[in-house]
Design a protein around this ligand. Sequence first.
Ligand code: BTN
Length: 271
Amino acid sequence: MNEGEIRALLAPALNHQVTALQLFDKIDSTNAWLLEQPAPEIDRWHIAIADRQTRGRGRSGRQWHSPASGGLWMSGAYTFETLPENLSALTLAIGVGVANVLRNYGLASLRIKWPNDLLAGNKKLGGILLDTTQAGSSNLTVVCGLGINVDLGKTTALPAEVARNGDLLATDLKHCLDDVPAMPQLAAAMIAALGTTTQRYVAEGFCSFADEFQQLDWLRGRRVRVEQQEVQEGIAAGIAANGALILRVGEKEVHVVSGSVRPCDPADALA
Ligand code: BTN
């Protein structure tokens, strides 16, 4: 895969917005790399894609297993002109955008485990990691990392603790689709999803994604354990207008804005 192949698949307006598109054979982490680079201009994207990451980063300080040619390991840095409201829900909106691409490839079972896990058939297919950095006095740059497992089987057998991401087993597109998209197609589709999702987020906010997220919500109705300063157990009951996870604890409703959420039923976690 090279830059020209990906650019040939991007619409002209988006090609213009993507002012840097760099591909690496090997890098520590595409998110970490973009965070170290000068920020893109306002309303412009810098994209970094790696064949392999040696220190791929997942949420909550976890390692993200990123073997050579095993998946799409991609990050996009984007600078907002003005700070969008409720930035914490951007991860959820991007999840919806990415999920729609994968569902268009025929992955009807695609669900999102709040806030950032992409699940297919109860297994972890991918994830999203958002980092933010201040580009100027008021401009905000986000680095949106996207990991999608495409063919983990090409590599040596995964050690169990890596294959299990948190409490979820890993899967890849090869096990989920008859026709796996070629890497340049997948990369271009995901860059387009980042572009359109961000534009819609700026124009309409998270509320325009909330219904779609509810349709894709894997946690809804499951008994879960939320680990913050304190640990709480309850039934996941959808999301609030601001993207917070609603947890029903007895008679109470608790809104969870951060923290790690695990299903209590081991059958869910290890399905
Ligand atoms: C998660 O589910 O915990 C988030 C995983 C995000 C992984 C991607 S791969 C490309 C980008 N670079 C990183 O180091 N992480 C993200």
